[in-house]
Design a protein around this ligand. Sequence first.
Ligand SMILES: C[S@@+](CC[C@H](N)C(=O)[O-])C[C@H]1O[C@@H](n2cnc3c(N)ncnc32)[C@H](O)[C@@H]1O
Length: 317
Amino acid sequence: MAAESDEDLGLKKPPQGGGHGRVGHVSVLSKEAIDFLAVKRGGTYIDATLGLGGHSYEIARRLGPQGRLIGFDKDPHALQLAQRRLSPAPGAEREWPQVILVHASFAELEERTSSALADGILADLGLSSLQLDDPNRGFSFQAEGPLDMRMDPHNERTADQVVNRMREEELANVIYEFGDERRSRRIARAIVRARPVRTTAHLAQVISAALRSMKHTAIHPATRTFQAIRIFVNRELEDLEELLAAAPGVLKTGGRLVVISFHSLEDRRVKDAMREGAAKGVFQILTKKPVTAGDEEVDRNPRARSAKLRAAEKIGQ
Ligand SMILES: C[S@@+](CC[C@H](N)C(=O)[O-])C[C@H]1O[C@@H](n2cnc3c(N)ncnc32)[C@H](O)[C@@H]1O
């Protein structure tokens, strides 16, 4: 099934995207994602999470001039960078597919596209390294930054509102539900007492102090709470559910859905949606177990460690 090389795919040397090059985010499970999408020349593909366009570039170069790539991202900065990477190099315009970039959540997939449009949909969930590594975006507990955490800067809800305004009980529930954090009540109490919490480093310090007397875990004490706040701020699980609900309608029969997730809350939703689809005769599941990254990829890219890829093909209405 999997093509081994560009020659196997009948590809010529790819026309390079105008701004193609290293851009600071290494795409996870790239070969596997492209293989499961089984990209067809002349097809229409949707990248629901464009990021820096790494996966999209691999799709685009297989499509040819009759093909079409539609990329979604909530983050206008990511769209700008992806646009550069996905524009054809001078002289290669005739070989390059149509590329349409959309600044929207993939939760709007159904409204922004049409039914039976796509030969494949890819979603590589979560954050790009560009977002995570920029202290000004407020995603990292390892750097001093504002309590922001919005993928889309136009989003009204910020981490600051959650941290400094939410009622203690509600905050504890968010930390428990979206961070899988058993010590959520203790953390929420410490945050409320420390208000106003002004920066990511301050928040990390408050959480570390609240858990100081407790058993040490392998991960930083603030990891789960930061994950929880980020998921809540960006409505990540609601958006994912909407994407999964819309995907069968937007895919053509024979089209494929490929999702890469990074934690169990996401993966469970993907697994359940694909199983429900299979039970209704809409999907055939292509990955009995989730596909994970090999040691070599994890060595090169630690972000790949928790990645799980699931794929399904639409076989019925
Ligand atoms: C892991 S990165 C994708 C990286 C990309 N596959 C690549 O190879 O460069 C995830 C991207 O999806 C975007 N994103 C996350 N949730 C989204 C949503 N609900 N709608 C649209 N974009 C979203 C983030 O802003 C981020 O840029």
